[in-house]
Design a protein around this ligand. Sequence first.
Ligand SMILES: CNS(=O)(=O)c1ccc(CNC(=O)c2cnc(OC)c3c2cnn3-c2ccc(F)cc2)cc1
Length: 276
Amino acid sequence: HQDLMALHSYNPLDDLYNHYPHSLRNIDELCASIVRSHRETSQYRLEELQALRWKVFSREEIQAYQSKTVDEMWQHCAVRLTEAVQYVVEFAKHIPGFRMLSQNDQIALLKTGSMEVVLVRMCRFFNTENNTVFFDGKFAGTEVFKSLACGDLIAAVFDFAHGLCALKLTEQQLALFSALVLINPDRPSLEDRVRVQRVHRSVEVGLTHILHRDNHDSLLHKLYQRMAVLRSLCSLHMEKLRWFSQRYPLTAHSLFPPLYKELFASEAELLPGAAH
Ligand SMILES: CNS(=O)(=O)c1ccc(CNC(=O)c2cnc(OC)c3c2cnn3-c2ccc(F)cc2)cc1
C-alpha cells in the first residue's frame, strides 16, 4: 500500500523542477520553446498550406511522375524526404534538454526518430477530403508515387496521415507530440538512457499540461497508440530501402543525399568512408 501511495503522490512536475531548477522553472516555458521551435522549423505556415489545399496535379503532371523510372522517382523522393528531415534536425536542436545529451545519443535519437517526426508532421499538409499530400508544390494523391513501386508503403503513409489528421491536433499539441516522438528513451544504442528518460518525461509533462489546458486529456492515449503505428511504418520504409539499394546499388550509394544514407542505410550498407 505504501508503494502505491508513493506512486500516487509522484508528480512528474517535481521531477522537472528537481532536475531543471533554473532554466525551466515552469512548464509553460518548456512548451513555449518547443512550440516556437516547431513553428520556426516548418517550411510552410498552416495558412499557406490551407491556401494551396486545392492545388492538385493535372493529369499530364501525374503522367509525368508515373513515367519516371523507379530509381529516378526514388531519388526524387529521397531528396524531398532528406529536406524534410533536415528541418526535423533543426527542430530537435531547440528542444530543451536535447542539446544536453551526448552527440552519440542525439544521433541515435535522430537516426530512428527523424522519419517518425516527418510522418507526424505530415498531418499539417494532408487533405483528408481528397486524400492528397502536399508534395513538390501541389497536393498529390497516391497515384503520383506509383513509379516508386512501393504501393504498400505509400498507402500506409497516407493512412497514417489520415488517421492523425482525424485527431485534429493544434500546432501546439503537434509540436509537443513531435518532441515526445523524437525523445524516446527506448531507442537502441543509447549511452545515457536515464538522461533521455528525464527529457522525455519533461516533454510528456508538457504535452499532458497542454492537453489538460485544452480539455482534451483523452488525446494522450490515442497519441500513444499512433506511436506504435509509426514504428511499423519506419521499418517498412527501411525494408523498401534495402530492397531498392540491392536493385539499384549505384543510385542508392552515389546519388542519394549523404544525410539520407547516414540516417536510413543500415551500418552494413554505409560506405566505409561515409561522412559522420
Ligand atoms: C513539415 N513542414 S511543412 O512546412 O508542413 C512541409 C510540408 C510539405 C512539404 C513538401 N512535401 C514533402 O516533403 C513530402 C510529401 N509527401 C511525402 O510522402 C508522401 C513525403 C514528403 C517528404 N518525405 N515524404 C515521404 C515520407 C515517407 C516516405 F516513406 C516517403 C516519402 C515540405 C514542408
